[in-house]
Design a protein around this ligand. Structure first.
Ligand code: PRP
Length: 235
């Protein structure tokens, strides 16, 4: 049996839909229950429903052989896992945003730029590349509020529909990365259980390959796939 760690929240519904489309179904009774470990009807797969940031932890430690989470999580945590498959759903952007009149790029600012975010490492790295000194204000949710109320000059956060920004009078200044759902695989499991992992990847692969994104902060995760077999047998 293969264990998959799945991200609860934003990606959960689409992930379960992709699994169901692949013939891997979880019963509604299990989904409605408070159980944290679920199984598919055929008894082939076990699912752990965890917070998005915890998905790579379960996979890296080998508790789950594979997992599904957003690329934002991988950028932030840089887990030591294979990233063989872009699932082609859950598209959104990681952006720098703020109030329309914010002077966040002012060259001669006297104090560091205050940036509120749920992604402190990605944010630090991004502004470091721009040679912009920042004070990171780590938050765990409703990050937009920080820019609205002046806790920070700007935020780094996920934008999906753009509604939260628009309804709070904020705009996107720059896009840091295009995000989508990724299937990740434990390194040892990929080699030791290759047949079963490959079968899973084949079943989950999108019908159309997703567009390649090129963004400022992506290179390190791309580099981490080096060493992964170049001619992926399932694509
Ligand atoms: C995410 C993100 C934004 C919002 C963007 O928050 O942090 O707040 O979604 O979505 P939109 O562009 O479609 O409006 P989430 O719903 O995960 O909740 P959180 O703010 O509590 O983290």
């Amino acid at each position: 049996m293969i264990t998959l760690a799945l991200a609860k929240g934003r990606l959960q519904e689409a992930t379960l839909a992709r699994l169901a489309a692949a013939g891997i179904a979880v019963s509604p009774e299990q989904l409605e229950s408070r159980r944290l470990v679920l199984e598919d009807a055929a008894g082939e797969y076990r699912f752990l429903l965890v917070k998005p940031g915890d998905v790579p932890i379960y996979v890296e430690h080998g508790i789950a052989q594979a997992g599904v989470c957003g690329r934002d999580v991988l950028l932030e945590h840089e887990p030591d896992v294979y990233e063989p498959l872009d699932l082609g759903f859950g598209f959104c952007r990681l952006v720098v945003a703020g109030r329309t009149n914010a002077s966040w790029t002012a060259a001669n600012r006297l104090s560091k730029l205050r940036v509120a975010t749920k992604y402190p490492r990605t944010t630090q790295k991004y502004f470091q590349r721009r040679a912009t000194p920042v004070d990171i204000i780590p938050l765990t949710g409703s990050v937009e509020l920080a820019a609205v109320l002046g806790l920070a000059e700007c935020i780094v956060d996920i934008v999906e529909t753009g509604r939260t920004l628009a309804e709070n009078g904020l705009v996107v200044f720059e896009t840091i990365a295009v995000i989508s759902a990724q299937c990740i695989v434990n390194r040892a499991a990929f080699h030791l259980e290759r047949a079963r992992v490959t079968q899973l990847l084949e079943r989950l692969a999108p019908a159309m390959p997703p567009p390649q994104s090129s963004t400022v902060c992506e290179d390190h995760t791309r580099a981490k796939t080096t060493g992964f077999p170049p001619a992926s047998p399932w694509r």
